[in-house]
Design a protein around this ligand. Structure first.
Ligand SMILES: *Cc1c(COP(=O)(O)O)cnc(C)c1O
Length: 400
């Protein structure tokens, strides 16, 4: 693959390692250790085995016929919603817990917003018998009560974070602060393609199993291993990175991403960082950030807790800037509509994050022969209440 992070951890001019002095050694240790470990046969064997027998991979690539007819293309859905714990996040947590164990770390910390990454982390910690502490904004602790209970049931300690807006961004800051206090024994298990180098690279590599499988499954189904178009939603960027990973250099493949527009990119209530952000430092990396003129990080707003982040992984900041990715901002009402549409047309209730990707179909025009692969990053069980409460946004479905 030609497109790679450089030796200093940069994708173009985004990325790098902007960490406090006290973390320099521990981050450097990880930078030196991760590639040899994840490229070792021992790691690969165990990682593959767990993905197959514990997560349930490969996830199906499903030809969605009714939606294909509606949008005038051949639409395939990559079903990450069928994974254990209900989303793509487990691909990454399985990989990082094996890495942590190999590095001799005994205490795992993680940040979480909606609680999905917290649950995926608590799950692999239970699996490996490791100590687990999760940082979660107090607002999110209240909003996402069931996931908090799931984490506790799995044996994790959940710390409600009361700084700032008490949401995901504050939870990240608090996890970094904790890491500064316990750099020796603690492994920070980052949930998306964000954070200081090497995390964006680690997480992209762990999620790259998605595009590896797409290649094999397309070959089997249509006799060629690439689609005309890939679509994914983007919060920090991990399911999108996994979806595009093996196609980044392949110019035949168009890449379309959907970020959360919230009430709209012209309003103050948005999480569309690629549209509205400017260059800055967030959680250890140079990237696009939604910030005030004096560099304070702004709060992100969207109906989707999993996309509620005022930054974006450095790889996507770079690929979007270079024009390799076409990015749409999808507003709350468009996502709600798309979630109902997939539910009624294919019998699949998508996570509200994934519904943003589905809504991007409306913004594109296709030839009937075009093969489109869209990643359904997670299942919508957690969002049923949100869908019902906002049903009126899905105009033509609102009468049911
Ligand atoms: C967390 C989450 C996302 C957003 O995270 P990325 O790192 O951008 O993939 C998207 N979909 C689901 C279902 C999630 O849980």
């Amino acid at each position: 693959m030609k497109y790679q992070v450089d030796e200093n951890g940069f994708f173009g001019h985004y990325g790098g390692t902007y960490v406090p002095e006290i973390l320099y050694n521990v981050v450097h240790e990880l930078q030196e250790a991760y590639n040899p470990i994840i490229e070792s046969e021992e790691f690969k064997t165990e990682y593959r085995q767990l993905l197959r027998d514990y997560v349930g991979r490969p996830s199906p690539l499903y030809h969605a016929k009714r939606m294909s007819e509606k949008y005038g293309c051949r639409l395939y859905l990559k079903r990450e919603d069928l994974n254990h714990t209900g989303a793509h996040k487990i691909n990454n947590t399985i990989g990082q817990i094996l890495l942590a164990r190999k590095m001799g770390k005994t205490r795992i910390i993680a940040e979480t917003g909606a609680g999905q990454h917290g649950v995926a982390t608590a799950t692999v910690c239970a699996l490996m018998g490791m100590h687990c502490e999760i940082f979660m904004g107090k607002t999110d602790v209240e909003r996402q009560h069931i996931n908090v209970e799931r984490m506790k049931m799995l044996g994790a300690i959940v710390h409600p974070v009361t700084t700032g807006n008490m949401t995901l961004s504050d939870a990240c800051s608090e996890a970094i602060r904790d890491w500064c206090c316990h750099p020796r024994d603690t492994f920070y298990l980052v949930g998306s393609t964000m954070g200081p180098h090497p995390y964006p690279d680690i997480v992209a590599k762990m999620q790259s199993v998605i595009s590896e499988e797409i290649k094999m499954q397309l070959e089997e189904k249509i006799g060629r291993d690439y689609p005309d178009c890939l679509i994914a939603c983007v919060g920090g960027g991990s399911n999108a990175a996994g979806t595009i990973y093996h196609y980044i250099d392949d110019e035949r493949v168009k890449i379309v991403l959907a970020e959360a527009g919230g009430h709209g990119i012209g309003s103050d209530y948005t999480a569309a960082t690629i549209h509205c952000g400017t260059e800055g430092i967030i959680h250890g990396a140079r990237s696009l950030v939604m910030q005030t003129d004096d560099g304070q990080i702004k709060e992100a707003f969207t109906i989707s807790a999993g996309l509620d982040y005022p930054g974006i992984g450095p790889m996507h900041a770079d690929l979007a800037e270079k024009g390799r990715e076409k990015v749409f901002a999808i507003n709350d009402d468009e996502a709600i509509y798309a979630g109902y549409e997939l539910t009624r047309m294919e019998g699949i209730v998508p996570a509200i994050e994934s519904a943003h990707a589905i809504a991007a179909l409306k913004k594109l025009s296709f030839n009937p022969e075009d093969v489109v692969v869209l990643t359904v990053s997670g299942r919508g069980d957690k969002d049923v209440e949100t869908y019902l409460k906002n049903k009126a946004m899905a105009k033509e479905y609102a009468n049911f």
